[in-house]
Design a protein around this ligand. Structure first.
Ligand SMILES: [Zn+2]
Ligand SMILES: [Zn+2]
Length: 361
């Protein structure tokens, strides 16, 4: 079948809206009519060539939709089911999957064999499917282990945000760092993932949630997501300010930018025994430096892959959080755009002024 998609042909060039071909679902695949796709920052890294991707390809990885067809062996979903997609496609058989760390699964079993027809093609040429999804298209053909079924009273625009930003930000708090009630938390960078981390820290019962950004106008937004304090990093040194405010540093910091200075700050602002979790995607080849003396205080720094999720159980819980009013997803959506406005939406994202735009199909 044909799908309308935003195709990346080369880095640093606008995406172009074209008709691509989707194959029929293989036995373990699901065909989805895309409802909404989030304009997430990590796709910008691919567009700017900071993470190499084979082109042409279709990006997009934060999406919701409705199942319209399934392969012969699929029993988990049926046509009509509402789903959220996730890049953490799990094989279900490797060491990571079997030890409950399926967000680290890299098994090739969830891809089609390289020597046969691919899920997506353009003018007869097979196209790679970055992140197993390709959400910047009005239809998606994915492995059944890339979707989770959700309750049908959940609005699909908010559901899309759970596909990446919420699962990453809240998951980093609950699963990667395991923040305890009453502890102190700092979050650097208030895009979709940072605001989700602030929201997650508030839900986890953190005693103090200090939100940090260089855009001062995000102060009120941060407080609505549960921040107790806001620091404008364009006017104050956040490490010095946090050490003064907390008497030595926070228990947990979350870096949601992906740059050397902010990663180093995230480590320096935790107290002895504290943990810095780096969620931001640093460009390939970027390095950071830590002080050897500081490591002696049992300070830790750790990476985070999609919030260490077990998305088939996590995402329905996040849906319930939203329906109860705990997750502030209405505030996170800055605006709705059409697929043919995707380049403008990415230009707006680069300004740092927006939380999250979603593409409505
Ligand atoms: Zn994302
Ligand atoms: Zn696996």
């Amino acid at each position: 079948m044909k799908a309308t998609a935003a195709v990346m042909h080369r880095v640093n060039e606008p995406l172009s809206i074209e008709q691509v071909d989707l194959d029929a679902p293989a036995r373990n695949e699901v065909l989805i009519r895309t409802a909404f796709a989030g304009v997430c920052h990590s796709d910008l890294h691919y567009m700017e060539g900071l993470y190499p991707r084979a082109c042409p390809c279709v990006l997009g990885h934060e999406s919701s939709g409705v199942v319209i067809a399934v392969g012969a062996d699929v029993t988990y979903v049926k046509p009509g089911d509402h789903v959220i997609t996730c890049v953490s496609v799990f094989c279900g058989e490797c060491e990571y999957c079997l030890s409950g760390r399926m967000s680290l699964c890299v098994s090739p079993a969830t891809r089609r064999p390289a020597d046969g027809p691919q899920r997506m093609s353009l003018n007869g040429v097979p196209m790679p499917q970055p992140g197993h999804l390709a959400s910047f298209a009005d239809h998606m053909l994915v492995h059944e282990h890339a979707v989770v079924k959700i309750r049908e009273d959940m609005p699909l625009d908010k559901a899309a945000l759970i596909g990446c930003a919420v699962t990453t930000g809240v998951g980093a708090v609950f699963r990667t760092a395991k923040v305890e009630p009453g502890s102190t938390v700092a979050v650097i960078g208030l895009g979709g993932i940072g605001l989700s981390a602030v929201n997650g820290a508030a839900i986890a019962g953190a005693g103090r949630v200090i939100a940090i950004d260089r855009v001062a106008s995000k102060s009120n937004l941060a407080r609505e997501f549960g921040a107790t304090d806001f620091l404008d990093a364009s006017t104050v040194d956040p490490v010095k300010a946090i050490r003064e405010m907390t008497g030595g540093g926070v228990d947990y910091s979350f870096e949601c930018v992906g740059l050397k200075p902010t990663v180093e700050q995230s480590f320096r602002m935790v107290k002895r025994g504290g943990t810095a979790t780096v969620i931001g995607m640093m460009p390939t080849g970027m390095r950071f430096e830590l002080s050897g003396a500081e490591i002696l205080g049992e300070k830790r720094i750790q990476g985070c892959a999609m919030g260490s999720n077990r998305f088939r159980t996590d995402m329905p819980r996040f849906v319930d959080f939203y329906m109860r009013g705990l997750l502030k997803l209405d505030l996170m959506i800055s605006g709705r755009v059409r697929l043919d406005q995707i380049n403008e939406a990415y230009a707006q994202l680069k300004t740092g002024q927006v939380a999250r735009n979603v593409i409505a199909f």
